[in-house]
Design a protein around this ligand. Structure first.
Ligand code: SPV
Ligand code: MG
Length: 433
């Protein structure tokens, strides 16, 4: 019986490196290519711009490929259990870095039945690097980036979003990948441009003082160096007559969604709750703004998400639910429910009651106060998007302040040096083109 050589692809474009893998695989037996599923790809490598079924067809058309199967598991468990391939063929780039954990896992699986890994020297050449770069460029283009949030909501049980307020924080959200407890790689799906953090980074209070032109500049700083989708904190959305222009600008910038809150007048940060005066917009006022925004938008991709402040302002669950259904009726593409309680009970109650009547409209939550509940638990109550709204800023500020105080105290920087990144690391942190 002929032997099987298995290789897994997640690429959107076939280049010389992939053809070389196939050529090598042919030396060992029948070539089976695994197409890494969309679901697994978004956690592992890069977001697919070619749909799963088209990638399967593309891989099937490569000369020398005998068959293509769908690989659902980043760690290969599903295909190895089913196919017991004699050989796993892979570029030797997975012997280093975060991917080496996957290699070790696969090695354990195949050695159990006498299978073997073949590491093929990775093809580094100009054409391959150019294709890689072009794929990345494609993802950063407004038309790809904008629709990616809707795609993520379909593809993953919960979309994980981290705040960004600058090119640097954007890069942290873009590039941070960890090997989770289950051995699988994990990363954030999208970025939240928080009004609190954007204002704070500019040394201003979170009261809609930083104007839209300045906030758009923040978006551009971030889009220039990242590919992940953006959810923009639109505060109250301002006057309806202005909001319709904001919607168009955000679409043009490649932003996927704006969240606007049902408040009017001088907006203060929600986490003040009832400690400061805040006025909630009426259902009619907010609904009109949502409807006008939906009418103004030019693409099908863009989402307007309505944020409900009833629990923050202690107006009760019924008021929150009434507003949620009314805002969906007015055209909202999603509902964000907010709370400043430590106990997630009221958020869970809202989600359950909303989901009892509406099974599909995405629910967004921002668990800054109710931070004990996990993403999986929230997803089990019907939450689709979890936003970590301010944690990068809140971790950076105390570290910077302590360093400033210690340098003043010691009249030199030696004492703080062991908690700083090295000079070599800072000068090489950002790659040159
Ligand atoms: C923000 O991040 O600016 C938000 C979320 O609007 S919160 O600060 O919790 O109101
Ligand atoms: Mg805000």
């Amino acid at each position: 019986m002929s032997k099987t050589a298995y290789t897994c692809f997640s690429t959107d474009v076939i280049h010389a490196g992939h053809l070389n893998i196939i050529k090598e695989a042919q030396k060992y037996g029948k070539v089976v290519v695994g197409c890494l599923s969309d679901k697994a790809s978004i956690r592992y490598n890069r977001f697919p711009t070619v749909p799963e079924k088209d990638r399967i067809e593309m891989y099937n058309n490569i000369e020398g490929v005998d068959s293509v199967v769908l690989q659902n598991d980043m760690l290969y468990d599903d295909v190895i259990e089913k196919l017991h391939p004699d050989y796993i063929i892979h570029g030797d780039n997975w012997t280093k870095g975060v991917e080496s954990a996957i290699r070790s896992h696969v090695e354990k699986l195949v050695s159990a039945y006498g299978g073997q890994i073949i590491d093929v020297p990775y093809t580094y050449n100009e054409e391959v690097s150019k294709i890689d770069l072009q794929l990345k460029e494609r993802l950063s283009m407004p038309e790809y980036r904008r629709k990616r949030l809707r795609q993520l909501i379909e593809m993953t049980p919960v979309v994980k979003v981290m705040e960004a307020h600058s090119g640097l924080t954007g890069l942290i959200v873009e590039k941070t990948v960890i090997e989770g407890d289950n051995g699988k790689l994990d990363q954030f799906d999208a970025m939240w441009i928080s009004s609190l953090c954007d204002s704070t980074a500019k040394g201003k209070p979170d009261i809609e003082l930083v104007d839209m032109t300045s906030r758009f500049r923040t978006i551009e700083d971030i889009t220039e160096v990242t590919t992940k989708p953006i959810i923009f904190d639109g505060d109250t959305g301002g006057l309806t007559e202005h909001f319709v222009y904001t919607v168009r600008s955000l679409e043009r910038l490649g932003v996927s969604a704006v969240i606007i809150e049902d408040k009017k007048g001088l907006k203060k940060n929600s986490l003040f709750g009832t400690e400061v005066e805040q006025t909630q917009a009426t259902i009619e006022e907010m609904s009109d703004k949502i409807t006008a925004g939906k009418k103004a938008q030019l693409t099908d991709d863009f989402m307007i998400i309505a944020r409900i402040e009833s629990l923050i302002l202690e107006k009760g669950m019924d008021d929150a639910l009434e507003r949620a259904f009314a805002f969906v009726e007015a055209g909202a593409d999603g509902i964000m429910i907010h709370s400043r309680k430590k106990d997630p009970a009221e958020i869970v109650e809202f989600c359950d009651k909303f989901r009892a009547k509406d099974k599909t409209t995405p629910i967004v939550v921002v668990p800054s106060s109710f931070n004990v509940i996990t993403e999986d638990e929230l997803a089990a109550h019907g939450v689709n998007i979890v936003i970590y709204a301010n944690q990068l800023t809140r971790s950076a500020f105390p570290a910077m302040q302590q360093t400033a105080m210690d340098i003043l105290k010691y009249h030199r920087a030696k004492e703080v040096d062991d908690r700083l990144m090295s000079i070599k690391d800072i000068i090489t942190l950002i790659d040159e083109i």
